[in-house]
Design a protein around this ligand. Structure first.
Ligand SMILES: C[C@@]1(CC(=O)O)C2=NC(=C\c3[nH]c(c(CCC(=O)O)c3CC(=O)O)Cc3[nH]c(c(CC(=O)O)c3CCC(=O)O)/C=C3\N/C(=C\2)[C@@H](CCC(=O)O)[C@]3(C)CC(=O)O)/[C@H]1CCC(=O)O
Ligand SMILES: NC(=O)c1ccc[n+]([C@@H]2O[C@H](COP(=O)([O-])OP(=O)(O)OC[C@H]3O[C@@H](n4cnc5c(N)ncnc54)[C@H](O)[C@@H]3O)[C@@H](O)[C@H]2O)c1
Length: 191
């Protein structure tokens, strides 16, 4: 079964809590900042790595040097946990469930409401990759392949299509038909 529903979040309009300030916390923080560098983030952990402290100076990151407590969820829309400690992970997951806040526990699929994906970005094009949790390493490798093969000229194509879209006159059906006609060239001839 592969029933995950993908969405693209406007994370910069939300309040994110990250629990854990070690290696995993840094990895997830970097994944967030790569896509949404202006996200308002609170990161809580008794020990916070120097790499994270450096990132906090350049981004909107509040650091709390203390153990996780229930009150840290106040006002948060989304939570990512990366402490490597099962008791902490389970406690945060339970608290999030009660508060109706979506939670990702890094590397613990059974405790996740959502998974992080590998992401490819070429200008305005963004592709999110999931393997349904089967192999994050495959997701990473596939990202690398897509990053390599997608041409930089894609942005020009998107800009052109947007300007045509804005200039098209007529009703909705006409516009849809016209835009499909123009982009038909992208389809393989054999189809
Ligand atoms: C895509 C990416 C996004 C990100 O995290 O940013 C991501 N993991 C990445 C890398 C990666 N993670 C791990 C390795 C080591 C090799 C290996 O084990 O394969 C590598 C590879 C590396 O680092 O080279 C360890 C690992 N990960 C999970 C488990 C537990 C398990 O599978 O049961 C374990 C074993 C832990 C242990 O043994 O202790 C689980 C999850 N990892 C996910 C996402 C979710 C599923 C995504 C999907 O559907 O494919 C899911 C389910 C939950 C989540 O964490 O959100 C990011 C690549 C970013 C990029 O570079 O593009
Ligand atoms: N590839 C690499 O470069 C590299 C480097 C180091 C570690 N690792 C791997 O990463 C894993 C360890 O990473 P990690 O991030 O899980 O552990 P970590 O020890 O790096 O960090 C744990 C974090 O959790 C915090 N924490 C502990 N109790 C807490 C609580 N009650 N509330 C909030 N925060 C709390 C700690 O203060 C710390 O910030 C290991 O599996 C190791 O193999 C990889």
């Amino acid at each position: 079964m592969n029933n995950l529903f993908p969405v693209f979040l406007k994370l910069e309009q939300m309040q994110l809590l990250i629990v854990g300030g070690g290696y995993v916390g840094l990895e997830k923080l970097e994944a967030v900042l790569k896509n949404s560098p202006d996200t308002q983030i609170t990161l809580v952990a008794p020990d916070i790595s120097s790499e994270i402290q450096q990132l906090a100076q350049k981004h909107k990151i509040e650091l709390l040097f203390e153990p996780y407590q229930r009150k840290h969820l106040d006002g948060k829309n989304l939570v990512i946990v990366g402490t490597g400690l099962m008791e902490v992970s389970q406690q945060v997951q339970k608290d999030c469930r009660q508060a109706n806040i979506l939670v990702n526990v890094a590397d613990k699929p059974s405790l996740c409401d959502f998974y992080l994906s590998s992401t490819v970005k070429k200008g305005d094009l963004k592709i999110a990759i999931s393997t349904n949790g089967k192999s994050p390493t495959f997701a990473k490798r596939f990202r690398e392949i897509l990053e390599e093969i997608l041409p930089d000229s894609l942005q020009q194509t998107l800009d052109n299509l947007q300007s045509i879209r804005n200039r098209l006159k007529g009703d909705f059906e006409y516009k849809v038909e016209k835009l499909n006609e123009i982009t038909n060239v992208m389809k393989n001839d054999k189809n």
